[in-house]
Design a protein around this ligand. Structure first.
Ligand SMILES: [Zn+2]
Length: 273
């Protein structure tokens, strides 16, 4: 599903349907302040793109009954938020899942906690007590730790200089060093992207999303990370699942969490391309 709304009216309609569920044309018309004829044009276009479907007749408000529309139930998004720091209750990586127009939280609310999926048998010890979790190998905190180690071992003059000034390193330092061309920082991001890509590839095979958005406070990790994730996912997932699958960067701020990621991706999809 790569269809996108064509204009801001359509984007607004999609977000309303996401937030409020099925809605009648009449109600939507009131909410977006469009004339009946203009609304009809936009809704018909959305029906054509397959982003929304008809959903029966609304209760009468007096006069002719209005038709309900809703988001296409098969719409799926997957959002991954890589924490810039480890402030979010020890979670370095979260994942938001939107399916059928709603955020999927799972039976006990922990759906999307992908940080503890194993990426390395017998790998690093994780805070959860297991070994080799994604988050132990790649997250804001893991990245900062790896960078400090590289600095201390004299492998990167840039990271060492930053450590010297600040006393500690963060994921932001790694992205800054990478942006300045530091090979160690670039390699750390590439390696992390590969690990993340391994997990995303599994999710893609399982969930068959229409879009994967990678967000996080560290915008500088951006394109190096994205390239590495893409390579891994396209290599590892079945072509049927990835044939039409955009993997893109979101613009999540550091405060955004996994649920925010899911909302963000649907905002992203529900904005004109
Ligand atoms: Zn763990």
């Amino acid at each position: 599903m790569t269809a996108r709304p064509e204009n801001t009216h359509q984007g607004r309609l999609l977000r309303l349907l996401r937030d409020n569920g099925s809605n009648s044309r009449a109600q939507l018309g009131d909410l977006v302040d469009l004339s009946r004829s203009k609304l009809a044009v936009e809704v018909d276009r959305l029906l054509e793109t397959g982003l929304v479907v008809a959903d029966g007749l609304a209760p009468s408000r007096g006069g002719r009954r209005s038709h309900n529309i809703r988001l296409t139930p098969t719409l799926r998004f997957l959002g991954v938020d890589i924490g810039a720091t480890c402030v979010k209750i020890g979670t370095g990586i979260g994942c938001g899942i939107v399916a059928g127009g709603a955020v999927h939280r799972g039976v006990t609310g922990s759906a999307g906690d992908i940080g503890h999926i194993q990426v390395e048998p017998d790998g690093r010890a994780c805070v959860c007590g297991n070994r080799g979790c994604l988050e132990a190998h790649f997250s804001g905190a893991a990245l900062a730790g790896d960078a400090e180690q590289a600095a201390c071992e004299g492998r990167s003059a840039q990271l060492a200089a930053r450590l010297e000034t600040a006393g500690r390193l963060t994921a932001e330092d790694v992205s800054a060093a990478a942006a300045a061309g530091d090979p160690v920082a670039l390699e750390l991001i590439r390696e992390g992207g590969m690990r993340l890509g391994q997990v995303i590839a599994g999710l893609v095979s399982f969930f068959n999303p229409g879009l994967v958005v990678i967000g996080g406070g560290v915008t500088g990790l951006g394109h190096t990370l994205l390239a590495s994730v893409r390579t891994q996912v396209y290599r590892q997932s079945l072509p049927l699942a990835t044939g039409n699958l955009p993997i893109v960067l979101g613009e999540l701020g550091p405060a955004a969490g996994a649920i925010g990621a899911a909302r963000l991706i649907s905002d992203h999809v529900f904005s004109p391309a």
